[in-house]
Design a protein around this ligand. Structure first.
Ligand SMILES: NC(=O)c1ccc[n+]([C@@H]2O[C@H](COP(=O)([O-])OP(=O)(O)OC[C@H]3O[C@@H](n4cnc5c(N)ncnc54)[C@H](OP(=O)(O)O)[C@@H]3O)[C@@H](O)[C@H]2O)c1
Length: 251
């Protein structure tokens, strides 16, 4: 397989889309971008430098039929497909007693079942190895209060990808996850001025790791969860150190 590949990118219309699409296109990969929001899809495609490398399809790839159609369009346009970059996701915050079952259904639909649908469409078309990349959250393993539905759906995604990775590794298909925390975007900063965005994840840092995961240099990685957390840390009063010592995380 040459270094330049063809990927279906599902859900590039969110906060991570522009950085991931820009990086993969700059590396020479050809991309079919699939999402429901047509105008945003076009903006993302136009934001990357090489228009001949990027095509778009308006589709809800959480629907198996539409996911298969997006894969067919990828192969019609570029002649083959080498993998999936799955950016579809959803977010919910709310205490258990204020989150109804619909919130849980939406989280599992957006964060787990979307990945299943897109993967089932792409996998049968990967003849000679390939790459499947998913995005998750640090909260899957260490959830904050109020993040139960979101964290559980991302934890389910991670367990599912690990199982998938074992299924497909013998035919050279790599399934891996990038684990991040809140993306440091202008919009997120405007919505949450009280937060310390020095601890947020830069979209460009995630894009770099996605690009690495689809490269030959990541040939030994199957089913890994790659943390791209920047300067994120869980704060705890126990970090204070012994009496009289400075705070150990601020030396
Ligand atoms: N942004 C963050 O701070 C952050 C933090 C941790 C993890 N992540 C994860 O990183 C990935 C990318 O993040 P992001 O912020 O760029 O994306 P996002 O806003 O979570 O979702 C990306 C796109 O997914 C599509 N989508 C969402 N719910 C859907 C549904 N129920 N059915 C079909 N499509 C749906 C939407 O596209 P259309 O409406 O155009 O179809 C949306 O623009 C996601 O998996 C996200 O959970 C993000």
């Amino acid at each position: 397989m040459s270094d330049a590949q063809v990927f279906l990118v599902t859900g590039p219309t969110g906060a991570m889309g522009e950085a991931v699409v820009g990086k993969l296109a700059a590396s020479g990969h050809r991309l079919m971008l699939a999402a429901r929001n047509e105008s945003r899809l076009k903006e993302i495609a136009d934001s990357a430098a090489a228009p001949d490398q990027i095509a778009t399809v308006v589709a809800d790839t959480t629907k198996p039929l539409l996911a298969r159609r997006a894969v067919s369009e990828t192969i019609d346009r570029f002649g083959r497909i080498d993998g999936l970059i799955h950016l579809v996701g959803g977010f919910h915050v709310g205490p258990v007693m204020l989150s109804d079952l619909d919130a849980y259904t939406r989280m599992f639909q957006a964060n787990l079942l979307s990945a299943v649908s897109a993967t089932q469409a792409v996998l049968p078309q990967l003849a000679d190895g390939g790459h499947l990349v998913y995005l998750s959250s640090v909260l899957a393993r260490e959830p904050f209060p109020g993040f139960g539905a979101y964290a559980a759906s991302k934890a389910a995604l991670q367990a599912w990808v690990k199982s998938l990775a074992h299924e497909v590794k013998h035919r050279g298909v790599h399934a891996n996850v990038v684990v991040m925390t809140m993306a440091d975007t202008e919009e997120a900063r405007a919505q949450r001025p009280h937060m310390d965005f020095e601890q947020a994840t830069k979209p460009a840092a995630v894009a770099d790791v996605v690009d690495f995961l689809v490269s030959p240099a990541a040939g030994g990685l199957f089913g890994v969860m790659v943390p791209v957390l920047g300067k994120f840390e869980f704060s705890t009063g126990l970090m204070a150190g012994p009496p009289g010592a400075p705070q150990l995380n601020r030396l």
